[in-house]
Write a protein that binds this ligand. Structure first.
Ligand code: PMV
Length: 367
């Protein structure tokens, strides 16, 4: 498919009001996306586990309006008006307008809430942008029929376009529409992979990864010093960029055999190397920056020591922040959770952590 497949044929937009709602999860990358080209095209492929409990729930109420010069919308988080969210949504609407021709003809009331604390430092952009993209897709579906656009009937087109739109809001959001393992970015080793949207991982995944656990240790809940937009841009002219992009392709190939064989030691080695490489890219950008905190390193060292001593399959990954995602198989969760509670929670801000696991994607909500 190409971009053009997501532009609908001209259609008559009905003058009707309505309301739609979706809940959409966050996701955690195993092979990381870091660096992008124009129009949110990733410089390298990535693969992620969709999460289950960390979700955004978004309701969009739409009412027709006369004046079509500008977009018109209001945004609420937990019932409180959030005008500071508006610039990001304005940019999102500008990027997706050609794919959703009704956007200027309606006023949108966007009400959103997260199942995790907003200030937790967990990226809410993946769940938030995917939930909003799905709501807009449901509005399109209400306005069209299958003569105009396949989304009126076909679930796979609906999901692809939702992922395509979500990507234009926040790159990693395109991996939150479905589960449980998602690939984004064209790479030789994964058939059907594309830079345009996330696709379900098309090969067999060993039972070892079923119900894989992700306990998120909230090390730092403050505002990030460097946004991921700035971080991605610093990969332009980065001295190690091309090697990193090549390595991500190699790691996708390695991950394919790791997911098939269920080799958890190899899995852990790969995800930890990916996490530290991501942060190494940040430390070797110009200007350079560090998002890990002293407690991030304390936790990593404790995990390594415990893994050595216990022989359990506990590993970590990091996103673009100080929090640590502790990943482990469900079968080993009793001992590992005990270790987390006894030894790692002390390094979390106010002792806060979130227990999540691999999930299966977004759901539409009824009223
Ligand atoms: O989607 P963005 O632009 O917030 O970038 C997210 C990048 C990482 O979380 C660091 C990696 C990834 O693949 O999710």
């Amino acid at each position: 498919m190409t971009e053009h497949d997501f532009i609908p044929k001209p259609y008559t937009i009905p003058n009707q009001s309505g309301k739609v709602a979706w809940e959409s999860p966050s996701n955690i990358a195993l092979v990381k996306y870091w660096g992008k080209k124009k129009n949110q095209i990733p410089e390298n492929p990535s693969i992620s586990f969709t999460l289950n409990s960390c979700k955004t729930i978004t309701t969009v109420t739409f009412t027709p309006k006369e004046d079509t010069t500008d977009f018109s919308f209001e945004v609420y988080l937990d019932g409180l008006r959030k005008d500071d969210f508006k610039p990001k949504i304005q940019t999102f609407f500008e990027r997706i307008e050609s794919y959703l021709p009704f956007l200027r003809l309606f006023h949108f009331k966007i009400e959103t809430q997260n199942t995790f604390p907003h200030s937790s430092g967990i990226a809410s952009s993946a769940s938030g942008m995917s939930a909003l993209a799905l709501c807009l897709m449901s509005i399109e579906k209400k306005m069209t029929n299958s003569d105009v656009i396949p989304s009126a009937v076909e679930e796979s087109y609906f999901n692809k376009k939702a992922s395509y739109l979500a990507r234009l809001g926040s790159g990693s959001a395109c991996r939150s529409i479905e589960g449980d393992v998602i690939v984004w970015g064209k790479t030789k080793s994964i058939v059907g992979s594309t830079d345009l949207y996330g696709v379900k991982y098309p090969y067999e995944v060993h039972d070892n990864y079923k119900q894989y656990q992700d306990t998120i240790l909230l090390v730092d809940k403050g505002e990030k010093q460097v946004s991921s937009t700035v971080g991605h841009n610093l990969m332009h002219n980065h001295p190690f960029a091309q090697n990193r992009f090549n390595q991500a392709h190699d790691n996708m190939l390695k991950m394919k055999s790791i997911l098939a064989s269920g080799d958890l030691n190899a899995f852990i080695a790969l995800i930890e190397s990916e996490a530290l490489t991501l942060h190494a890219m940040m430390m070797t950008s110009m200007p350079y920056f560090i998002l890990m905190k002293p407690n991030t390193l304390e936790i990593i060292n404790k995990i390594w020591a415990f893994r050595k001593k216990s022989g359990l399959h506990i590993g970590f990954t990091l996103d673009a922040g100080a929090n640590v995602h502790v990943l482990y198989p469900k079968q080993e969760s009793k001992n590992i959770l005990e270790f987390i509670q006894n030894e790692l929670v002390a390094y979390c801000k106010n002792g806060e952590y979130i227990c999540d696991e691999i999930g299966f994607g977004a759901n539409q909500l009824d009223f």
